[in-house]
Ligand binder design. Structure first.
Ligand SMILES: C[S@@+](CC[C@H](N)C(=O)[O-])C[C@H]1O[C@@H](n2cnc3c(N)ncnc32)[C@H](O)[C@@H]1O
Length: 241
């Protein structure tokens, strides 16, 4: 009676850990999200029960309390329950809420970290999020705060050199002007759409023009001078061909 919360990695099914694969292979039931690559389900035994709890366009999706309850019910019923989440369970993954709900019901829960999409997608395209003399600090932030919170917590006056915005496509036009209060319009920006997947798209620009570009979710918005390092490397890379 253990729920194993596994990070599925950023998208490419090869970017999951061996430890997570070992647990998928012995799962009685798997509750999985839309950002966890479906190909990973093929590791599971033939008689596994699969429960989709994600959010895809046009579908009814389960709210967090409903997912917590499902996990509790499955945790009481089965020996090995797998909760498979995109990226890492604890970075904008609501893993902490599920952990609390399970422990409050006396259900054991264990964790396997995953490669966070912000870090994994950037590394996979050769974009260093820190770079000596250019960026010595990094902020991961949501572009989509909990709408039920009474007070805003994102103030955008970050002093970190690099900012990576998750869930930041829909509200680009709202938060970019706020960042522009603290940073130059020339600050380079890189959006990585569907990072590490075959249909990945990369869009570059600056704080001045990024809101006007065609960017579709899921995407990471990377802001800071490290994007210039990426642009320079791309230029050098193009000469290799
Ligand atoms: C609910 S958060 C989940 C983050 C996840 N727990 C992680 O560690 O990467 C969803 C957001 O993660 C980002 N994301 C996840 N996978 C991505 C991918 N393959 N490419 C681009 N962005 C991705 C997007 O910003 C998306 O809106």
């Amino acid at each position: 009676m253990t729920v194993y919360m596994l990070g599925a990695g950023p998208g490419d099914p090869d970017l999951i850990t061996l430890k997570a694969i070992k647990l998928l292979k012995k799962a009685d039931v798997i509750l999985y999200d839309s950002l966890a690559n479906d190909e990973l389900l093929s590791y599971a035994p033939d008689d596994v029960e699969l429960i989709y709890v994600g959010k895809r366009a046009g579908e009814h999706y389960r709210k967090q309390p409903e997912i917590n309850q499902l996990l509790i019910d499955q945790g009481k019923k089965h020996e090995t329950v797998v909760r498979l989440k995109g990226g890492d369970p604890f970075i904008f993954g609501r893993g902490g809420e599920e952990e609390l709900a399970l422990l409050e019901e006396g259900i054991n829960v264990e964790f396997v970290p995953g490669i966070n999409s912000g870090i994994g997608a950037a590394t996979s395209i050769g974009l260093p999020l820190t770079h000596r003399a250019v960026a010595t600090s990094l902020t991961l932030v949501t572009g989509h705060e909990d709408p039920e919170k009474s007070e805003k917590q994102v103030n955008w006056d970050y002093t970190a050199d690099t900012i990576v915005v998750f869930m930041g496509v829909g509200l680009l036009k709202k938060y970019i002007p706020k960042i522009l209060k603290y940073r130059s319009p020339d600050t380079p920006v890189c959006a990585i759409e569907k990072g590490t997947l075959p249909d990945q798209r990369i869009v570059t620009g600056t704080l001045a023009d990024i809101s006007e570009k065609d960017i579709r979710p899921p995407a990471l918005i990377i802001i800071g001078d490290v994007v210039n390092i990426y642009n320079k490397c791309e230029e050098l890379r193009s000469k290799l061909e």
